[in-house]
Design a protein around this ligand. Structure first.
Ligand SMILES: [Mn+2]
Length: 266
């Protein structure tokens, strides 16, 4: 009986959050990825499977750091020296969108017993009399973010639409960030239309980051007049039924405010 040890999604080199590992001075999450993979290799050396299959996302990125690459090479050499075959199939995190970029997996070609699959098409890997069928990964695209900045409402909507259309989303997994979008523009987006434009994608994720200094609070709108003046403006713009006497309402309102203020002063 053959024994296969399987893993995936080790995302080596992934770094996030602020915590720093004291021993190494590196990002804690990055160190976690190294330690987890080292434990996996230790386990494999103890168990000695007939083959190890890594089914994708060995690295977290198309361009791992030298540190991440060097770490992985070191671990794979440990397995190689013990004659344990390692099949590495490139996942969507490490598969470059452009062929010219080249794959970090090409480095593995130089290590005995490591079979690297990174052509992004179906491949059959023969390891002794075991056959591993490596499938093509789904293309994942991170689009250039839409930065709302000085764009007006119309410009923002056009930019989002344009970015979606030029991404050619059919059959892809696509991610788009819309940065610095004013809340009122977000609320006026035509979500039905966006859904229609992205429907051909396998998955289309749009993340919005809202503008902090919402224009409601921006400097030019920060001029509050006296409560009386604000109330007069409000009554002027407020739509009320024809049966309401606006002039009378305003007069009453102003009088009550006056009385309230006088009471407070006492
Ligand atoms: Mn993954």
């Amino acid at each position: 009986m053959k024994r296969i040890l399987h893993t995936a999604d080790t995302h080596i080199g992934y770094s996030a959050y602020r915590r720093i590992d004291e021993a190494t001075g590196l990002n804690q999450r990055e160190v976690d990825t190294y330690e987890a993979f080292k434990q996996f290799v230790d386990y494999a050396l103890k168990e000695r499977p007939d083959v190890i299959v890594h089914a994708g996302d060995l690295f977290d990125s198309v361009h791992p750091t030298n540190r991440a690459i060097s770490f992985v090479l070191g671990q794979l050499i440990r397995l190689s020296e013990e004659g344990i075959p390692f099949v590495a199939i490139s996942g969507n995190h490490e598969t470059p969108r452009l062929k010219e970029t080249g794959s970090v997996f090409s480095l593995f070609e130089h290590i005995l017993h490591v079979h690297a699959v990174y052509g992004n098409h179906y491949e059959l890997v023969d390891v002794d009399d075991l056959k591993v069928h490596a499938l093509r990964t789904r293309e994942m695209v991170d689009l250039e973010p839409v930065v709302c900045g000085s764009l007006d409402e119309h410009g923002i909507k056009r930019a989002i639409k344009h970015r979606i259309q030029e991404s050619n989303p059919r059959d892809k997994v696509v991610r788009l960030k819309v940065l610095d979008i004013p809340l009122h523009v977000y609320h006026s987006l035509d979500f039905d239309e966006l859904k229609r434009l992205t429907r051909s994608a396998v998955h289309f994720e749009i993340k919005y980051e809202f503008r902090r200094d919402n224009e409601l609070f921006s400097a030019e709108h920060l001029t509050f007049h006296s409560l009386h003046t604000e109330f007069e403006h409000f009554i002027g713009r407020y739509l009320i039924g024809a049966h309401v006497n606006k002039a009378r309402l305003k007069e009453l309102g102003l009088r009550y405010m006056q009385e309230g203020e006088e009471e407070n002063e006492e």
